[in-house]
Design a protein around this ligand. Structure first.
Ligand code: ZN
Length: 396
């Protein structure tokens, strides 16, 4: 039994004796059966320079934690000089067997570090180091030659004090690049790595408030900048719907129930109409019947979205003109202010008719990044966090 176990798990070693290290924790002391093998050239080598005891962790044996202890030898190799011996099932300097490392890597694919650490009884930073090494090793490759359309976005790091920028392929959704900062300079390294392929980029979608457009124009002479529906509608929600809703609630001070209905309507007004259930649709209709301004800004939100659903540039432009006229006629101040601010970006908005980049790419990316951030995943290590994001969007 002993020799079967040894030849299965610890090739070249035999179990000399075992000890109990405490409740549920076994220690196996192993002895080498053969001459060591040089870590440099792989030749068997008789001359031993020195040896040192190493305590390492292995996978659990049934319900027992398992540690191993063995002498690791250094050889005097005729070709390589002094070298640490090579052991097939143990990484050169590691304190975990290859088997245990493979188990950590596998568990980390769908569990937070904390859970894996607890389950295997390994320190948190050890689990993270192992997972990070796998993420680096298995990083999805980028095929620059096939890129045509891109999406760019920014997201907050550390409670919004710092930001990061991300670039993805709009077709495959592969995350191509991530870097800290959200300035023109901070995204420049992406275009430098894109090099000669900059010329083949046809369109880049982004938030109209980002600093990315000028940088895109500088590097990609053939690219059209397209402003993304997702960001514009989110901004409309904050700057128009929220403002009008608060104003309306203040006007309804005398009518408590109507005031409460308006105050509680935020999600009702911001959510996509297709995602509302029957009860919510009834509430929405009642709200709109009772509040003319809210009804107007709601209808104009839906019409604003239609700008991105035009089949031609000219069609989009006509829709813009209608929308613009309706905003002016409404005389609702936050709406007028929003429309005025949006006007300079018209070209990039109606360009979406020619390059209909699916807005769900950006929206989905945004949400998934938030989830990765929330589950912590070693968030204080930005490099690790970025690797996690790249792996979450590997492309096709
Ligand atoms: Zn050698």
């Amino acid at each position: 039994m002993k020799s079967v176990l040894c030849s299965l798990f610890w090739e070249g070693y035999t179990l000399y004796k075992h000890k109990h290290l405490g409740k549920g924790h076994l220690l196996f002391i192993l002895e080498a059966l053969n001459d060591p093998v040089c870590g440099g050239c792989g030749q068997s080598c008789r001359r031993i320079h020195d040896q040192s005891l190493r305590r390492i962790r292995d996978c659990d044996l049934l319900d027992q934690r398992l540690s191993l202890e063995l002498s690791v030898r250094r050889v005097r190799c005729g070709r390589c000089g002094t070298k640490t011996e090579r052991i097939a099932w143990l990484p050169r300097s590691g304190r975990q067997t290859c088997r245990l490392i493979a188990q950590v890597e596998d568990l980390c694919k769908d569990q937070p570090i904390k859970h894996v650490s607890k389950r295997l009884g390994l320190p948190w930073h050890t689990v993270k180091r192992i997972d990070k090494a796998r993420l680096v090793r298995e990083l999805p490759e980028v095929d620059y030659g096939s890129l045509r359309t891109l999406v760019m976005d920014e997201f907050a790091l550390h409670k919004g004090h710092r930001y990061a920028s991300v670039v993805a392929d709009a077709d495959t959704r592969q995350v191509l690049w991530i870097g800290e900062g959200r300035s023109r300079e901070s995204i420049r390294p992406f275009f430098e790595s894109l090099g000669e392929h900059c010329d083949q980029i046809e369109a880049v979608a982004m938030d109209q408030n980002s600093a990315f457009d000028l940088e895109v124009k500088m590097h990609c002479p053939n690219a059209e900048v397209v402003y993304d529906l997702f960001h514009v509608v989110a901004k409309y929600g904050r700057e128009v719907i929220d403002r009008v809703r608060v104003d309306q609630a203040n006007e309804l001070r005398q009518n408590k129930s109507a005031r409460r209905a308006v105050k509680r309507s935020r999600w009702l007004l911001l959510k996509n109409k297709d995602n509302l259930n029957e009860e919510e649709l009834v509430r929405l209709e009642e709200l709109m019947n009772a509040n003319q301004s809210l009804a107007q800004v709601y209808v104009l939100k839906e019409q604003l979205k239609e700008l991105w659903r035009s089949s031609s540039i000219w069609g989009a432009f006509k829709r813009w003109r209608t929308w613009w006229r309706m905003c002016r006629q409404s005389k609702i101040k936050p709406l007028l202010a929003f429309a005025n601010k949006l006007r300079p970006y018209l070209r990039g908005i109606i360009a979406s008719a020619k390059y209909p980049l699916n807005t769900s790419v950006l929206e989905g990316m945004n949400n998934k990044i938030k989830v990765i951030k929330r589950t912590a995943y070693g968030f204080r290590d930005t490099e690790y966090f970025f690797l996690k994001i790249k792996h979450a969007f590997p492309g096709k």
